[in-house]
Design a protein. Structure first.
Length: 292
């Protein structure tokens, strides 16, 4: 069956988000300090990606890296910076503050798309973005803590970096930027080495932690690959709308596995966001069907 670009983009976004939703659970199960965690979130995906790209591109592997050019380098830097600012935000504010800031990603992406690639969201898209953000505020408002501007600032930077990386992909949609993801993961594992007090800390992990680190790495590679390819088919801000689902579905996995029950607001808000995104997707696919 031949899929339209719209269908391909939505499918890749959904697959990417659904596969990354257990990420919060893996972080809880691994339970190691943030900089060590960031190192492994770079190292293990780098390892898996390297094997995949070597098998996929074979003798053209180095060429595939080189032809990504400046867009590939910019994308890699933005992804690595987004990973790093996320860790700094989590370390300097509470989780609710960080999640609220990251929920601004679709706003940041839409604004950056409008400025740099002249791709303007429709009124319905703006309504969807605002509705999702208001729902996030409903869920986390009572948990939000003032006076944590440093951590909040880095949470906002995370949203900008994530949005910027998606815009770079959209701008360079004719370029295969999947190999640039390998460079991004290399940068991601190098950055925490600057902040670690001791390299020995990277070695003190038990067998259970090591197992979940590898599983986490695998569950990061596939979603990141999907989210890297998706903006080639649909606007970057539309991809980031789906990413909000991770904020909602992540706690559900934690609830199922380690029985940490989410609040009633989280459940209600999660249902609302899922309905908003389903409605938005249905309208987009119906309009696309009419055009085709």
């Amino acid at each position: 069956m031949d899929l339209t670009d719209k269908q391909k983009g939505i499918f890749l976004s959904l697959i990417g988000v659904l596969l990354i939703t257990p990420d919060s659970l893996f972080i809880r199960l691994i339970n190691i300090p943030s900089w060590e965690l960031l190192f492994y979130r770079g190292l293990i995906p780098f390892f898996f990606l390297l094997i995949f790209l070597l098998l996929y591109y074979k003798k053209n592997f180095l060429h595939s890296l080189l032809i990504t050019g400046l867009p590939g380098l910019l994308y890699a830097v933005l992804v690595a910076l987004g990973n790093t600012t996320f860790v700094i935000s989590i370390q300097n504010t509470n989780v609710a503050n960080t999640l609220i800031m990251i929920a601004l990603t679709p706003f940041a992406t839409a604004i950056l798309s409008s400025i740099f690639i002249k791709e303007y969201p429709s009124k319905r898209m703006w309504v969807t973005i605002i509705a999702c953000f208001v729902t996030i505020l409903f869920i986390f408002y009572e948990s939000y803590q003032g006076g944590r501007l440093f951590g909040d600032f880095f949470g906002l930077l995370t949203a900008i970096f994530i949005g910027g990386s998606a815009v770079v992909i959209r701008f360079s949609k004719l370029v295969d930027l999947l190999p640039a993801l390998l460079i991004a993961k290399l940068f991601t594992l190098v950055i925490p080495l600057v902040f670690l007090n001791s390299f020995n800390a990277l070695l003190f992990i038990n067998s259970d932690q090591l197992f979940f680190i590898f599983v986490m790495g695998l569950f990061l590679v596939i979603p990141l690959a999907c989210m890297t390819i998706a903006p080639r088919y649909i606007p970057a801000y539309e991809v980031e709308i789906f990413f909000i689902l991770e904020t909602i579905l992540g706690p559900i996995w934690v609830w199922f596995v380690i029985h940490e029950q989410p609040s009633t607001k989280t459940i209600i808000g999660g249902i609302v966001i899922i309905l908003i995104i389903i409605t938005h997707t249905a309208y987009e696919l119906r309009e696309n069907k009419k055009i085709n």
